[in-house]
Each structure stands twice: as C-alpha cells, then as structure tokens.
Design a protein around this ligand. Sequence first.
Ligand code: CA
Length: 423
Amino acid sequence: MPHPNDPKLRSFIDVDPASDFPIQNLPYGVFSAKDGLAPRIGVAIGDHVLDLWQLAQDCRIDVVEPAVFAASSLNPFMALGPKVWSRTRARISELLRHDHPELRDNERLRQRALVPTADVKLYLPITVAGYTDFYSSKEHATNVGVMFRGKDNALQPNWLHMPIGYNGRASTVVVSGTKVRRPRGQLKPPSVEVPSFGPCKRLDFELEMGVVVGQPSAMGEMLNEQQAEEMIFGFVILNDWSARDIQQWEYVPLGPFQAKAFATSISPWVVTREALEPFRLQGPTQEPAPLPYLRQTQPNNYDLTLDVALRTAGMNEAARICRTNFKYMYWSSVQQLVHHASSGCAMNVGDLLGSGTISGPEKDQRGSLLEISWNGTEPLELAGGIKRSFLEDGDSLVMRGWCQGDGYRVGFGEVEGTILAAA
Ligand code: CA
C-alpha cells in the first residue's frame, strides 16, 4: 500500500491544486451537519468533510473503540496513541484513493459519509487541557527587546539557553470565527501617575503555531527528543490576542496575565505531525549549543508559509500585512515540549503549546502589529488611506498557513477573529 504522504496519490474526490486539503493532508476536526446529529469527528478532503463516525458504524475503520469518532473533541481519539493515529490515517487515505473502489463505488455510504464543507459547522477540535505559550522566535524577541530595552539588552540572558514560556488560560481558547471582545484592564501609560481601569487601547494579534499534545507524560518524568516527538498529535494556527497596554503595566515581575487571558483563537483543523513530515527541515543554528537535555539529533522545524491579512470594517477585502515562515523558529516544538516536562511537570492529552509569535528577519515578516507599527511609531498604511497601529473595533484578522508540495499543498485553512467593542 502506498504511504499516505506519497505526492502521487489522488482521490476520487476532485481537489483543486490550491486547496489546503488534498489526500496527502487529511486533517482532523469536529463538525456537525444539517442532519441534526451531534458534533463528531471528521476529516477534511477538498471541499468535503469525511464523517468518521459514519465510516466506523459501517465497520470501515478498525479501532478498538469506534465511539471515539462520536465524541465532540479529538481527545478520546488522541488518547489511543501514535500507532492508532498512523493506522487510521493510512486507512482513510486508502478509502479516499481514486483507485480504491470501496467507498468510491458505494453510493449509499458516500451519501452518508461525505458532507459538503459549505453545509457544516466547525467546532473547537480539542478539549484544551492546559495552554502554555512560548516566546521562541529570536527575531520577535529581539524586535520586542529593542523597542523596550534598547539594542544592547534586546535578548534577556536566559533566552539563548531555554525556550521561555508562561502558563496561559485554557478556558478562553476558541475556534476560528468566534468574535473577540476588546478586553478591559488596568492601564497606566508611562505619561500618567496612577492607573485607571478601562478598555484596552492597544489591541494586537500574535501569529503563532499551536502544538496539540496527544499523549500524556507522568509527573516527575523527563522526556527525550523521540518521546516528545511521538506525543505530538498535530498542529493548528494560533492567534494569541494581546492587550499591549495592559501587558506593559502588569508584566513585571511575573510576566503576562490578563493581557493574554481574554482570548486565544485556533484554526478548526488539526494537521497531523505525520502529514507535515515531508516538509521537515533544519531550524536556525543554535549558538551557544543548548544543554544536553535540549539537544536534537534530527531536524525539527517545518517549511510552512504563514500569511496574515487584515480587513477593517471599511474594506471590501482583506489586505495581506505579513508573510513569514514557521522555519524561522529558534526553539523547535520538540524542544519546547522536552523543556516543559523537564522539571517533572506532567503533560496531558489535549495540552496546547503556542510557539510564540513567528517573525522572520525581514520587515514584512513581522508577526504582530506591535512590530509592524514599531510600537505605534510607524502606522501600517492600508488601501483607501486607512491607517492602523493597533486593532480597532470591527477589524477582522485572518491567518493562513500551508506547506507547498509539488502540485499540492498541505494547509491549515484559516483562523479568523473579528473585534467587538468592549462591553
Ligand atoms: Ca504569544
């Protein structure tokens, strides 16, 4: 049987070469259709969703517990482990191949199991057990450091020795399309003596990738590179909404708190680690060499193009404001996970790890408005004379990401959020 990543595979379902969801991808999500059935697990293929619960009921997928596909989150399926993930993906690939008649020629099953994407509603794909956000792009950390501490002290002394992170809030992770209300908080610009409480005036996005952890680790246990790798189920695009003015006043000495706690948006499809395998590459050289527990023996970055577009209430279409690549990340997702567990911290099925804002070396590769507008000193100019230093009410922010293959792309769809006025 050909490998599900084989670039030559074709599905009996027509897939546009520009689609994010060819047969080489097969990302998992949670959806409901017009049939009135409860939200359940599906896989995106072209402009259709393949209903895994229908296939399992028809005994087409061999898993010990088919009820995992009737769940409203991927957690029960992820808990079955990487061998089952791989076997299931291979079976789905087989069922969708143009030269495999089983589903292709079974019209009754096709009618039940293939739903046009236009007719589905997508949900948060995982029950988020814990959410941790890292700070692993050297370009981003340097840009922010230069703005706030000057060029000579841009990177803190610990930055080159470990992936810096903080524990965020799982309770406010939402799926693409969920509107985001402007947060309120304590504000104290440097120019005033005492803080006040009110709506954030410097609302920002952060372009990140999210790692979905699919296997647990025991409290007290460390992970090696291979163990961490095998715990990663897949990836989503993540927007770590940030209130810069709240952050500036609150972050000393323990780091961000309310400035990041009000919303984090993720894309609805989880692209498996296995589907990204052909796009693996070596990340930036790490100098000084990391401590032994953080050393990697294989390339752990991915060639994954990322786009950010902004549509203000007065614009007809979104304008691209950033194009960068996940490959620039200094600390890899595997290193982040190894470091996270290194104290003995237990990891859970459904943990979400934000990569940290992904900026590249060039000006148009900056992954936040803070950097794009250089803290408001160089406002972004959009069509029609519209200017932005930070996000305004009614603005819609869209992030997309994909790995480009030869004649196909393994993509993530999008994560969108529109800003509502403060309550
Ligand atoms: Ca962040």
